[in-house]
Design a protein around this ligand. Structure first.
Ligand SMILES: CSC[C@@H](O)[C@@H](O)C(=O)COP(=O)(O)O
Length: 372
């Protein structure tokens, strides 16, 4: 995707051939800043502090985190410690465990002197694969938008999305946004309703920023507006991402997704979830078993933005001293999901639907985790 017209990814190997560069997403939309990661600890901190975030990008960063660790010490103990330290950064997005298991299974049988090179190679491959997966999700999802556009005779297709499942959440393209970008590039009129996504406002800050960069018409709405828009016939389609989808199609995604799915069902609005294969947790059936991250209450009680002097400032917005709870994700049961848009096609959100697309995974539901 482009930033001020210049093609960018969210993570890349630096010119020195060993350190890793990322876009610091905590500074967006007000400042576009990149950061250089030179150690395992910095990679772990980038994930923990959400300088990088979004399930696929968390996985890609973790893969490079292992590579950075191996560049320093490629012994067995260091490999295990790197795995454990990265796995502990964020609990919900299963792509983190997927990437770590992938690297661990590859590196563990190798001699220590071969591990660093193999880790860098595999981390780069994971990034390339993510770009291809997301592009394929776009191709698979595009017909859904095209069909609505044909029915509407050229009037804009109104898509509602929640949080940021855009290119900033992946290496490029995004998941939920990939069909939208392809539709826009094809000349189909699209308008995106962007849920602000409290408390961290990934919609208002990140999705709105990247849609602006790509020239896609959109409007930010407060989180509570979606139901009203759907009642008024102003939403043709919802597309969201997911941090972990169980093998029966229960969808864990950013907090508030479930309420949008309920409103969509009540109003007959199709509710699609876009995801790459590594976001399916084949070890879990029931979405209620997904670990839900609880973050610092300060994210609820305070907001950071730009003041009139153009400086970033954090202000308290709630009653001083009142406790706050900050659940970062919720689960939408499969029955509320119209379909899953994957790189292999669109399927029903069900065990049968996912097994039909991923027969090689569904056959061995248990045992995804190498160390977990
Ligand atoms: C393509 S990313 C899908 C999800 O990771 C996304 O919707 C989301 O919930 C991101 O949460 P975040 O807490 O910002 O990492």
């Amino acid at each position: 995707m482009n930033v001020d017209g210049v093609p960018h990814r969210t993570i890349w190997l630096a010119e020195d051939g060993w350190s890793v560069e990322i876009i610091d997403q905590t500074k967006l939309p007000h400042r576009f800043e990149t950061l250089r990661l030179t150690s395992l600890d910095q990679a772990a901190e980038a994930i923990r502090s959400m300088q990088v975030r979004g399930a696929p990008l968390i996985g890609a960063t973790a893969a490079y985190g292992i590579a950075l660790a191996m560049a320093e010490d490629a012994g067995d103990a260091a490999l295990k410690a790197a795995y454990d330290s990265l796995l502990a950064t964020r609990p919900t997005a299963v792509n983190l465990r997927w990437a770590l298991d992938d690297l661990y299974d590859l590196l563990q049988p190798l001699g220590a002197n071969a591990r660093a090179a193999a880790a860098y190679l595999r981390a780069a491959e994971i990034c390339e694969e993510d770009v291809a997966l997301c592009r394929a999700i776009g191709d698979r999802g595009l017909p859904l938008i095209e069909a609505i556009a044909a029915r509407k005779g050229g009037a804009p297709v109104n898509v509602l999305t929640h949080c940021n499942a855009g290119w900033l959440a992946t290496v490029d393209w995004g998941t939920a946004t990939a069909p939208i970008y392809l539709a826009h590039d094809k000349g189909i009129a699209v308008k995106v309703w962007v849920d602000e996504t409290r408390p961290r406002n990934q919609g208002a800050s990140l999705t709105a920023w990247e849609l602006t960069q790509h020239g896609v018409p959109h409007a930010i709405v407060a989180d509570n507006v979606g139901g009203h828009l759907m009642q008024q016939g102003l939403v043709d389609l919802c597309i969201v991402g997911t941090d972990r989808t169980t093998r029966r199609g229960d969808v864990c995604n950013k907090i508030g997704t479930y309420l949008k799915a309920l409103a969509a069902r009540d109003n007959g609005v199709p509710f699609y979830v876009a995801l790459p294969g590594p976001t399916v947790d084949w070890t879990l059936e029931d979405g209620r078993d997904v670990p839900i991250e609880e973050r610092d209450a300060r994210e609820v009680t305070h907001v950071t933005g730009r003041n009139e002097a153009g400086e970033l400032a954090t202000v308290e917005i709630s009653n001083p001293g009142s406790p706050a709870a900050n659940y970062a994700f919720d689960v939408t049961p499969a029955r509320l999901v119209t379909g899953l848009i994957t790189e292999r096609g669109v399927c029903e959100a069900s065990a049968e639907g996912l097994a039909g697309l991923y027969p090689e995974r569904a056959g061995r539901a248990e045992g995804q985790g190498s160390l977990s």
